[in-house]
Design a binder for this molecule. Structure first.
Ligand code: SF4
Length: 444
């Protein structure tokens, strides 16, 4: 829990020497408490005080990374229970399982199917984030071989799942440079698993069937020298996982209960028929990683859509870059429309203009990511904003007709816009779904 200014003051030298740039130690302490100063600015603070302040300032939930390069993922570092309190920081990692019982063409097909789980949504490229190799064969050699094959043919971050230290050590030996998340450490194997994690610098999953056992286990592997820990409530039903994940989030964030201050990995059993439904529940409440046993694109896309929505900063709507977008190869007679830079608005308009099969220009004006009506009512969209965008993006150089099609919902601004721009304003339809008809019948 963050310290108050007075608590910090008690740990400072109290000499008021001003070397930190503050008139007194108390003033410096107040600045530190508000995160407006760095402890390093005081050269005389003792090592003991530094340690205590660092421990108190540590986030309630540790951030864990695994994978490498562009495929690296990060989980944890969450600070709030509800998104509207601030925002969620680390989007849930969607991991797809690969059983080490698969061989030959079946294994290749599974990996290819995982590699193909890529989508584009509102202009953002998304896809499965990780692959979880499951040791179902019981054989250390088979597990290691399948892990090596997955590593060589799939660039996603890896998770190695086995409760056999022998199997896990064999698989890590072939994949350690990919920095996999490994586990699970249980009450029975914790010492051996912690040793593998520590020697190979891999984050470690600890698994137990109750919150109490899980917190004891995380303390145990931490005492064995493992800092990067991921929690797993193994063997619980989906309902019980959701209930306990919420309790764990409250304990870690509100009570700053350090043994539970780690992200959570949840596994959806393969016999769970609606994998995306269970996964979305876990994404909402509060899994850092969800391992699913499906490669159905529609199921994965539903999960990724939920992740995008839940982990969007509520203060910052998803936006597209304000500029002129071209649909097809428009010429100087092509229609010119404008809309706002709220992603959903833009991509809806773009799709509807494309359906008209009439090459067009779409001028996207900056309304801080708000939709047409919201922007207009908040005065983020007015004749000046549009006129300035038309000048900035030189639309007069693109078309010779000097006609601008505006959204029907802001027909009320057409007069002022004509005055501000000296262009003819054409009022388009209210709903963008009517744009194809409008462009084909009114514009043509
Ligand atoms: Fe106090 Fe340290 Fe600042 Fe000196 S440098 S005034 S001891 S906080």
């Amino acid at each position: 829990m963050a310290l108050t200014g007075l608590q910090i003051f008690k740990l400072l030298p109290k000499t008021n020497c001003k070397k930190c740039g503050m008139p007194t130690c108390l003033a410096f302490a107040m600045q530190l408490a508000q995160k407006r100063a760095k402890l390093d600015s005081c050269p005389d603070v003792s090592d003991e005080a530094k340690e205590m302040l660092a421990a108190a300032a540590a986030p309630p939930m540790r951030q864990i990374k695994f994978g490498t390069g562009d495929s690296q993922v990060q989980i944890g570092r969450e600070t709030v229970l509800f998104r509207h309190e601030e925002k969620f920081h680390s989007p849930t990692v969607i991991a797809v399982s690969v059983s080490d019982k698969l061989t030959g063409d079946d294994l290749k097909a599974r990996i290819n199917a995982i590699n193909a789980l890529k989508f584009e949504r509102v202009g953002v490229k998304i896809g499965a984030n990780a692959v979880a190799v499951i040791n179902q064969s019981g054989s250390p050699d088979t597990f290691a071989d399948v892990a090596a094959q997955v590593k060589s043919s799939c660039s996603l971050a890896m998770i190695l799942c086995s409760e056999s230290p022998e199997a896990l050590a064999a698989a890590v030996a072939k994949t350690a440079d990919a920095v996999p998340l490994i586990g699970a450490a249980t009450e029975d194997n914790a010492e051996a698993m912690a040793k593998i994690a520590k020697e190979n610098n891999c984050p470690l999953v600890v698994k137990a069937d109750s919150i109490e056992a899980l917190s004891d286990l995380s303390e145990k592997v931490k005492a064995a020298g493992v800092e990067d820990i991921v929690l797993n409530l193994g063997g619980l039903s989906l309902r019980d996982q959701l209930y306990n994940l919420t309790r764990m989030r409250v304990l870690s964030l509100k009570k700053v209960f350090r043994p539970l201050g780690y992200p959570v990995l949840s596994v959806l059993p393969g016999d769970e028929p609606l994998q995306h439904v269970g996964a979305i529940g876990l994404i909402c409440k509060f899994a850092g990683v969800v391992v699913v046993d499906t490669v159905e694109p529609q199921a994965i896309l539903a999960m990724l859509t939920a992740v995008m929505n839940i982990f969007t900063d509520p203060q910052k709507p998803v936006q597209v870059e304000p500029k002129v977008y071209t649909i097809g190869e428009p010429g100087e007679d092509a229609p010119l429309l404008f809309t706002t830079n709220f992603s959903l608005t833009y991509y809806t308009v773009e799709s509807d203009v494309e359906s008209s099969r009439i090459p067009s220009y779409i001028l996207v004006v900056d309304t801080e990511g708000t939709s047409v009506l919201t922007a207009y009512s908040g005065d983020k969209l007015n004749e000046k904003v549009v006129a300035d965008a038309m000048t900035k993006f030189k639309v007069a150089d693109l078309v010779k007709h000097r006609k601008l099609i505006i959204p029907g919902y802001v027909a009320v601004m057409s007069g002022k816009l004509e005055e501000a721009t000296d262009w003819e304003v054409m009022v388009g339809p209210r709903e963008s779904s009517m744009l194809p008809k409008y462009l084909q019948e009114v514009w043509q």
